[in-house]
Ligand binder design. Structure first.
Ligand code: B3K
Ligand code: ZN
Length: 873
């Protein structure tokens, strides 16, 4: 397992201009014939050998310009095939055989619930045919799919269907042509017994596009939301970025076995069924919103990714960071913008910060990797999006749009780099983005220590900011970054944002200051009253910001900050201070006392009418155990759990009537719709119910049972069932679980939820439940959704996964060892929690390392090998 380095990039010696493929489908022996029109790169040496990637292929024949090649004419080498000498222009033809039914890695061509499908990004195409499988080789494709008429009545590939016909032996074929040159990773094929829902969209220039969603027959009633989301996304990309769709047909296919969420193959997006299917009775509000954002994300890739793609995989964030930023803005526009930002940041600060703090930390543009599949990470995606967001804020939305227009125009049909993208932004705005580029190169979460002083005599406020980025593996020293800090100064008397005057220049009442040095002091003049600073508004940079706020100041910001995001954040900070005390009390065996300021702050929230109920729900939600852990120097799993439970119960006891009223006031008999209003209402109601259930309130319990029985929609049913199962009321939980499990035994996506609910319970039998459920007929290690729902969810159940007898770690290690053989991508992802061992106490560290060492002793896939090596380095 050898690493590849960004520094060693070489353009391909040979390009493919046109690719023709014929697939003769068979589960165990699919025959793939390829015909490649190839030319030597003008700068390549005339004796440059031709290298084609290929893995898990059985070669049947190879011909160059019509002449069959013998074994002496080419060499099968590690990872591919080499031909020593080829002409400047030539046609290469090959025939290989592959076995989709044996493909449990779910990369290349595989079978899912009897249908054929593909996943080629990043390097799956080399499991289909011999090919220069790299994103800077772009070709037009013509693909013929031959299949059994009865088993595979539907045969799909990229582009437009141009021919179809009948063949002998009950077989038929369809030929597809994709006129847009594309890299091999965007190739797709689907075949099987599929049913479609069809709709249409007229683009801004008047082109009619047919939209199809292909699913198994029983899922035909679960496509409406994805279709509506697709149309919204198409319109939004026209209005916001001036980007129009470029084929006559756009297809989405839902498959049950899929390593990730979805894949943006040209004209034929393939989706994990969990990321496309929804129905009020089977999917929660969260799932509806996830589907909307993933459908949009994959659609947006048609420009940011497909028309303009990545030169090499080190540039992955070029398409992913930009596209996540685009989908985040889309979701913010069509839903509640503040809630979207709060949700995204809450997740980011928990999960991406943890990645940055662990042994697999890497920059937004890594400079080496062993297995690129391991780099589809929160850093590449989410931090990459934060970096694009900063760029947009730095140069302004209007310049950003001009920069994006320039980028799409200049690089259409090309495979480019992150520099190319940033250069467009610099060119249109005139901004100097040299220092900014460090965001792409430096790993780790920057921390800002802030300190402020108000000078009554001169009416000045001095704000000192000091930045440092902690060392990460391979990067001991960091340089200062260009960090945009959006801020306001909130007057303590007026409660209003004060005018910001900096070095004689007015920044309005909500401005951005630029921290570029290690330490800078900003002196605001004409500050009429003592302010509380509201810093890093809207999370203007992906950093940790420390400011010595008092609890009174936080309570003040919670009610007075004009920035919705920072109002929420003030509440989180206030809760964190109380939690810190309680964690210490727990460790020291001292009696826990609830901070009355937190109770009063919550009382105020509960009694002040708030426009956006989803925001209220976020404000009433305590930082998660995972987030709290991120804030601690050493993670004390039990103390964190105990402290958080104590706060939940104290709040519920003190504010029982208010929570009850909130629950009652937000009951609704309306027909389910995934609208922001309804979602907000359900969110507050279900948050209130959770508080009531935390104290075993009789009325709360009655409401919970009634909510489960009413069976109105999955959001409410799932919350009620979760609260019952996570309570001590086993006599109520057991029958509810049983009824739910039987009712939905036929629906894999609902069964995923049924698994998750059980293994996330805080009671000490969670691990035994995992072991038991792994034997359930609906569970399979071969299905990534099931693995995530059961094993992945259990690993998030912190007190039980981190049991002191090490059984949680041992169970995960067993699963990883098994998955390493079946599906290396998923195996490496499941391993993540164990890699964070350095954050825990000595006893747990030893147990976690032991589990890692046991995995290391196995013959490992490149994926798992790379993660284990880093974790034990
Ligand atoms: N580009 C795909 C991810 C491919 C995963 C490769 N292992 C999904 C997305 O980001 O849209
Ligand atoms: Zn993407």
């Amino acid at each position: 397992h050898q690493p590849v380095h960004l520094q060693e990039y070489q353009p391909p010696a040979y390009q493919v201009s046109h690719t023709e493929l014929t697939f003769d489908l068979d589960p165990a022996a699919t025959r793939v014939s390829a015909r490649l029109d190839m030319t030597r790169h003008p700068e390549a040496a005339s004796d440059a050998p031709l290298f084609l990637h290929g893995e898990y292929l059985t070669l049947h024949s190879l011909a160059l310009d019509g002449t069959v090649l013998d074994e002496g004419d080419y060499r099968l080498v590690e990872g591919g095939l080499e031909i020593a000498r080829v002409p400047e222009r030539f046609v290469l033809e090959s025939v290989v055989e592959i076995a989709p039914c044996e493909n449990t890695a779910l990369e290349g061509l595989y079978q899912s619930s009897g249908m054929y499908c593909t996943q080629c990004e990043a390097e799956g195409f080399r499991r289909i045919t011999y090919y220069p499988d790299r994103p800077d080789v772009m070709a037009t494709f013509k693909v013929t799919v031959i299949g059994d008429k009865a088993k595979s009545p539907v045969l799909l590939a990229n582009g437009n269907p141009v021919e179809r016909g009948e063949l002998d032996g009950g077989r038929h074929f369809v030929t597809w042509e994709d006129p847009h040159p594309k890299p091999s990773y965007l190739f797709a094929l689907v075949a099987g017994e599929l049913y479609k829902v069809e709709d249409g969209f007229t683009t801004q220039s008047g082109r009619d596009v047919t939209l199809q969603i292909w699913v198994e027959e029983e899922n035909l009633d679960k496509t409406a939301h994805a279709m509506a989301s697709l149309k919204r996304a198409m319109r939004w990309d026209e209005e916001t970025y001036g980007r129009e769709y470029d084929l006559d047909l756009f297809m989405i296919v839902a498959v049950n076995d899929f390593n990730m969420g979805a894949m943006e193959n040209k004209g034929l997006n393939i989706f994990n069924s969990a990321a496309v299917l929804t129905h009020p009775h089977t999917a929660t509000d969260q799932a509806f919103q996830r589907v909307e954002s993933i459908v949009a994300h994959e659609y947006f890739h048609n420009w940011s990714g497909n028309r303009v793609t990545c030169r090499d995989w080190f540039q992955l964030s070029l398409k992913e960071g930009f596209t996540v930023f685009r989908d985040q803005c889309f979701s913010a526009d069509v839903n509640s913008a503040p809630v979207k930002r709060i949700e995204d940041v809450a997740f980011f600060r928990t999960a991406q910060f943890a990645e940055d703090a662990g042994p697999t930390a890497h920059p937004v543009r890594p400079d080496h990797y062993i297995e690129i599949t391991n780099f589809y990470t929160l850093t590449i995606y989410e931090k990459g999006a934060e970096v694009v967001r900063m760029l947009c804020n730095l140069i302004g939305a209007e310049a950003f749009r001009r920069g994006s227009d320039l980028y799409f125009e200049r690089f259409d049909g090309q495979a480019v780099t992150i520099e190319d993208f940033v250069a467009c932004m610099a060119e249109v705005s005139g901004a100097d983005l040299t220092q900014f580029m460090r965001w792409y190169a430096q790993a780790g979460t920057p921390e800002i220590d802030a300190y402020g002083e108000y000078d009554y005599v001169h009416g000045e406020y001095r704000l000192t900011l000091r930045q440092r980025t902690p060392a990460t593996p391979g990067q001991p020293f960091k340089k200062p970054l260009h960090i945009p800090v959006r801020l306001g100064l909130v007057g303590t008397k007026s409660g209003q944002d004060l005018r910001l005057t900096l070095a004689g220049e007015s920044l309005g009442t909500d401005g951005v200051i630029h921290l570029r040095e290690e330490e800078q002091t900003f002196v605001f003049t004409e500050v009429a009253e003592a302010p509380v600073p509201s810093l890093l508004r809207d999370f203007s940079a992906p950093v940790k910001l420390h400011f010595p706020y008092s609890r009174e100041e936080l309570a003040f910001l919670l009610t007075h900050d004009s920035d919705g995001f920072n109002r929420w954040d003030a509440g989180q900070r206030l809760a964190m201070l109380a939690l810190d005390d309680l964690i210490a009390a727990h460790r020291n065996g001292v009696e826990k006392v609830m901070d009355s300021r937190v109770v009063e702050a919550f009382r105020l929230l509960l009694t002040t009418p708030m426009e956006d109920k989803a925001v209220l729900a976020e404000m009433l939600t305590l930082p998660s155990e995972a987030y709290i852990a991120e804030q601690q120097p050493l993670v004390d799993v039990d103390a964190i759990h105990a402290a958080r439970e104590f706060v939940r119960q104290s709040l519920a006891l003190a504010l029982r009537d208010e929570f009850l009223a909130l629950y009652e006031d937000n009951q609704s008999q309306e027909a389910y719709a995934p609208t922001p209003e309804q979602i907000g209402q359900r969110s507050v109601k279900n948050v209130a119910l959770a508080y009531l259930m935390a104290i075993d309130d009789d009325q709360g319990l009655a409401y919970c049972q009634a909510q489960f029985d009413a069976n109105h929609n999955m959001t409410d049913v799932r919350q009620a069932l979760t609260l019952l199962v996570h309570s001590e009321h086993n006599h109520l939980a057991a029958p509810a679980l049983k009824a739910f499990g039987e009712k939905w035994a036929h629906d894999p996506l609902v069964m995923d939820q049924w698994f998750t609910i059980q293994v996330t319970r805080p009671q000490s039998d969670a691990l035994e439940r995992v072991e038991h459920l792994m034997q359930h007929p609906a569970f399979s290690l071969k299905n990534p959704n099931k693995v995530r729902a059961l094993i992945g969810a259990f690993a998030q159940n912190r007190i039980n996964f981190h049991r002191l007898d090490g059984k949680g770690y041992a169970l995960l290690a067993d699963v990883v060892i098994e998955l390493n053989r079946l599906n290396p991508d998923v195996a490496a992802r499941m391993l993540t929690p164990l890699t964070r061992w350095q954050r825990f106490d000595d006893a747990r560290q030893a147990l976690m390392r032991q589990a890692l060492e046991r995995i290391k002793a196995e013959p490992l896939s490149a994926n798992v090998y790379e993660v284990i090596e880093k974790a034990l380095a």
